[in-house]
Write a protein that binds this ligand. Sequence first.
Ligand SMILES: [Zn+2]
Length: 92
Amino acid sequence: MNAGKPSPQSPIPFYRCAGPNCGTLKGSTDRWWLMWTSFGELNRPVLYLCPWDEEVAQREGTLHVCGELCAQRLQSQFMGNVRDNQTRRAGG
Ligand SMILES: [Zn+2]
């Protein structure tokens, strides 16, 4: 409608924090973290955590994390899942 000044915003993909009950949107200057899980070389579930990197952020399966608290929550979730799986496999 308003044919004003062109928006200076470039089409940067926006990211939302993966933390439980968070959902914060990432600002361009926020220093976020990235987490992902992989079975890697050890054939065990491994949790990765690294500082924000645009390239890593766009990889499939990467979790975008707004801060330490959400990272801790996700770590806790991950550990819970691993334990659940182990319990299930061991039959209790
Ligand atoms: Zn968060």
